[in-house]
Design a protein. Structure first.
Length: 381
């Protein structure tokens, strides 16, 4: 048996009201000032204040940094590094979805590993020597799971591409997964981030690097998402709680075993058209599942069963199609489009080359040629 590595948060807190643990964590570590990285909409709608008010009440200083974009860029990271240095903070709290956390991860890594200050050198598996600054991560979306991963994604605007960074030194020290922080998410964002979580779970379950430990986490996440995403979109508290757990559980797995071409294709759609990541993943997932189906053994049977489908008496072709149909139906039910109107014929060569070069592509159970990438992208037209 191969040696498999698993990197997880040192501590995580889960459940309604979990953010109330933050002041105690800070004081137990002796930290003096927080650099709070959160996106402007969360600040505007008072979500970030749920945490910063706790800091105020407990006389913990903080500097709020909100120059964060939905697809964080190299420039955002460089600006954030300067802001962190100017703040004289000694730890970080990231509040938000993948964008806030990815920005925070890059900032924290560069602060403690200044030789990577150009940002681009962090692409792939960067040989950083030191851990990121101490980070408490508070997710506000039920999808990315960035609070429990060793990955982050940065957009290179100049080259029109996203690049994936994989570094065990960037995982937040503490994850605080409080469904109440997700209650103000609008329907569209709940749907897209939830489908991102499902893409993590299904790609992580079928990726070339999957093994028993990751399988049991991903399969449980698929069950939780199938049972809870529709409810979460309607802002049902139980649905929110189920999705908060699901996105964390699958992130523990995919962070360690990798993903596949649904993600590599979604990354390039995000870089070229600024398509929200979860929407791009949701559109690509059934298409990629169809492409991969002959290379997945019995796994689609268990995916179908996780969606509540009775597979008794089904042959392999039938249960594979049942799994694909269940994923497509969930995506449609939560309002995700099946076509991308922005997609242009002349962009296809660049999209295909970019997807093939993406760090997630090697994890796919089946290699894809440029012609096959084009065929899959065309299904969005």
């Amino acid at each position: 048996m191969a040696v498999n590595r698993f990197v997880l948060n040192g501590i995580s807190y889960h459940g309604h009201g979990a953010i109330n643990e933050i002041p105690g964590i800070v004081k137990s570590k002796g930290f003096k000032k927080a650099f709070v990285a959160s996106d402007p909409d969360l600040v505007k709608f008072g979500v970030t204040a749920k945490v910063t008010d706790l800091l105020k009440e407990n006389s913990i200083e903080y500097e709020l940094y909100s120059d964060i974009k939905p697809n964080p860029t190299i420039e955002n990271v460089l600006h954030g590094v300067d802001a962190y240095k100017a703040s004289e903070a000694d730890f970080m709290i990231t509040i938000g979805g993948g964008s806030s956390m990815d920005t925070g991860k890059a900032i924290g890594i560069i602060i403690n590993n200044p030789e990577f200050a150009d940002v681009r050198s962090l692409e792939g598996v960067a040989p950083t020597k030191k851990r990121t600054v101490f980070t408490i991560a508070v997710p506000t979306t039920g999808g990315t799971g960035a609070e429990s991963t060793i990955n982050y994604v940065i957009t290179d605007v100049e080259k029109k591409r996203k690049f994936v960074c994989v570094d065990p030194n960037d995982i937040p020290d503490v994850a605080v997964v409080d469904p109440d922080m997700m209650a103000s998410m609008p329907k569209g964002l709940t749907a897209s981030t939830g489908m991102d979580a499902l893409t993590h779970a299904i790609e992580g379950y079928t990726t070339a690097g999957a093994w028993e430990l990751s399988d049991c986490l991903d399969l449980e996440a698929i069950k939780l998402i199938a049972a809870n995403l529709r409810k979460a979109v309607e802002n049902d508290p139980d649905g929110r709680e189920g999705m908060a757990l699901a996105q964390y559980v699958t992130a523990m797995a995919y962070s360690n075993v990798g993903l596949g071409i649904a993600h590599s294709m979604a990354h390039t759609l995000g870089a070229v058209y600024d398509t929200p990541h979860g929407v791009a993943c949701a559109m690509m997932l059934p298409i990629v599942m169809e492409f991969n189906k002959e290379y997945t053994g019995e796994k689609y049977k268990f995916i179908a069963e996780a969606f509540g489908i009775d597979t008794t008496g089904m042959d392999q072709a039938t249960y594979r199609q049942a799994a694909i149909d269940a994923v497509q139906q969930l995506s449609i039910d939560v309002g995700i489009p099946t076509k991308l109107e922005k997609l242009k014929e002349e962009d296809l060569p660049f999209l295909c080359e970019s997807a093939a070069a993406d760090a997630c592509a090697p994890g796919n159970p089946r290699p894809a040629s440029l012609e096959q990438f084009e065929e899959m992208f065309r299904k969005l037209m």
